[in-house]
Design a protein around this ligand. Structure first.
Ligand code: HEC
Ligand code: HEC
Length: 277
């Protein structure tokens, strides 16, 4: 089977020495003379994915953030963003893109999982280049997709990973590896989203100041308002500051999972999923 190397793009990037060095310098809050915040969990991506992401990024985001993600007229330098530094495989960037920060000039994007995964890979790749230019050079282990341990992955799936809470290898994931192979399988595992019939909408429970609670399915949510559709089909909206609410969203849980994977877990689970034929 073809082996996919995760690291080539990063090595190339370090050699060619581009990235933050060419950012429009002198932004008040993050002068180019200061090293960018370090990525919390170093992560690497296959070169193919990074290239696909560059194309998407240029057309969707480059207008505001610069083609190299290092900042443009209207969008900040993402290689110096704390949110990007704290992101692991899209667990922070994904929800931000879906929600946007419309009031601050950052639109929301309804990206499919392949595009999201690719854009995340490109941003991190640019950030890694920025870090090496900024003096924070780190070595990254050469890892490839085929190094996972199937048994460890099986254990993680039903144990620490909690995957069996929502999935079953003989139920919804039966035959998964016949439907997706290689990179697409990894993308489905990390960034499942709206390319399939939408999973059940998130459930919301709102508690009013009076103590009354109202439940329904999530209609919309942003920084200021929360809206649900109640059992009678009515949409009801509240300012987020006036009520307490909990959202039970399987996709949010999936994004949170991204932050919990170690690189080993990820390779092991991937190896295990490849056996679901
Ligand atoms: C119309 C301009 C515009 C476009 C297009 C745009 N952004 Fe943004 N983006 C912004 C602005 C402005 C902010 C800063 C918002 C703020 O101040 O909180 C931002 C913030 C962000 C942040 C958070 C940075 C931080 O540290 O808080 C990320 C990540 C991001 N954008 C990624 C993207 C990606 C990926 C795309 C393309 C899919 C994109 N943006 C498209 C304008 C844009
Ligand atoms: C809280 C529920 C939840 C948990 C926990 C969860 N997932 Fe998911 N997962 C989802 C939802 C929702 C989807 C998207 C709907 C779909 O495509 O079936 C999904 C989709 C997937 C897909 C794509 C399935 C397909 O047929 O395309 C894979 C692979 C996957 N998850 C793997 C995992 C793994 C591995 C774990 C554990 C590390 C995990 N999930 C944990 C909810 C969850």
């Amino acid at each position: 089977m073809k082996r996919i190397y995760w690291i080539a793009a990063i090595l190339l990037g370090a050699l060619s020495g581009i990235g933050a060095a060419q950012a429009p310098g002198g932004r008040a809050q993050s002068p180019a003379s200061q090293p960018p915040p370090q990525t919390l969990n170093p992560q690497s991506y296959p070169a193919d994915l990074v290239r696909a992401g560059q194309t998407r990024f240029t057309s969707e985001c480059g207008f505001c953030h610069g083609r190299d993600a290092a900042g443009g007229e209207t969008g900040p330098d993402l290689t110096r963003s704390m949110l990007v530094a704290e992101d692991f495989r899209g667990n922070k960037i994904g929800p931000l893109l879906r929600a946007g920060r419309v009031d601050k000039g950052m639109p929301s994007f309804d990206l499919n999982d392949a595009d999201l995964g690719a854009i995340v890979a490109f941003i991190h790749d640019q950030k890694t280049k920025g870090e090496s230019v900024g003096g924070g050079r780190r070595s990254v282990d050469v890892t490839d997709l085929e190094t996972g341990d199937v048994e460890a992955g099986r254990k993680y799936f039903s144990g620490a990973g909690n995957c069996s809470k929502c999935h079953s290898p003989t139920g919804d994931l039966a035959g998964l590896a016949n439907r997706y192979r290689g990179l697409p399988l990894l993308q489905r595992m990390l960034y499942p989203s709206n390319t399939r019939p939408a999973p059940a909408p998130a459930k919301v429970t709102v508690t009013l100041p009076s103590g009354e609670t109202i439940s329904g399915s999530l209609a919309s949510r942003d920084e200021f308002t929360i809206a649900l559709t109640d059992s009678a089909g009515m949409t009801r909206t509240w300012p987020v500051n006036d009520v307490k609410f909990t959202v039970d969203d399987p996709m949010t849980a999936h994004f949170e999972q991204l932050g919990k994977y170690s690189d080993d877990d990820m390779h092991n689970v991937y190896a295990y999923l490849q056996t679901l034929r």
